[in-house]
Design a binder for this molecule. Structure first.
Ligand code: URA
Length: 200
């Protein structure tokens, strides 16, 4: 069994949060085990809870379209959420739920070893860009250790708001260049650990 499938088996048994009792299906994440790009959303909604797959409702269809603009599909990337169970009535994830679920996400990152982690929305952004405002940092990247973190608006928020939609479309188009630069950097000499924000 692949390390990801083994992890999915463990996630399916998790009962750390109250919401685990009410889920139809757990939504661990899906995509390529060796993906260069990992997208992290917020939490499963109704559609995701029904299917056990991330981003399969309207926000997911928009994400698929955004991926197509950079000639990618969801099988070529990895898509996960901050929490793996649907919060009751689609409420926001609670800090305790995010904390309980964090080891699962960390294990996914450990297995996949993405070059870029793209945060979708405020909740995943807060994990990797603490204290920052999404309206200020969307479309910017930060390199830490061997991973580039890149913040984008959440597709559900951008779907119906014209200004956010333009922003998320433009931010998606920057990803290939960031990936190309990350690949060049990693193929050259190993870099000293650094923490720097850069505009792309
Ligand atoms: N919104 C999210 O943040 N994640 C999903 O999987 C679906 C909608």
């Amino acid at each position: 069994m692949s390390p990801l499938n083994e992890l999915y088996g463990q996630i399916a048994l998790c009962q750390k949060c109250e919401i685990a009792k009410f889920r139809t299906k757990v939504v661990p994440g899906e995509g390529a085990e060796d993906a260069d790009i990992m997208f992290i959303g917020e939490a499963p909604g109704w559609h995701e809870d029904q299917q056990g797959r991330p981003f399969v409702g309207p926000a997911g269809q928009f994400l698929d379209k955004l991926l197509a603009t950079i000639n990618l599909n969801r099988q070529q990337v990895y898509i996960a959420n901050v929490i793996k169970c649907r919060p009751t009535n689609n409420r926001d994830p609670l800090p305790a739920e995010m904390q309980n679920c964090r080891p699962w996400l960390d294990s996914q990152i450990e297995i996949i070893k993405p070059k870029i982690i793209v945060t979708l929305g405020r909740y995943s952004m807060a994990m990797y860009f603490p204290g920052k405002s999404i309206s200020k940092i969307h479309g910017t990247a930060q390199k830490r250790d061997d991973i580039i973190y890149y913040a984008m608006y959440h597709p559900a928020a951008a779907l119906h708001q014209q200004s956010l939609r333009q922003a998320i479309e433009a931010d998606m188009l920057k990803i290939p260049k960031i990936l190309a630069e990350a690949t060049n950097v990693q193929e050259a000499e190993p870099q000293p650990q650094q923490l720097n924000m850069f505009e792309v």
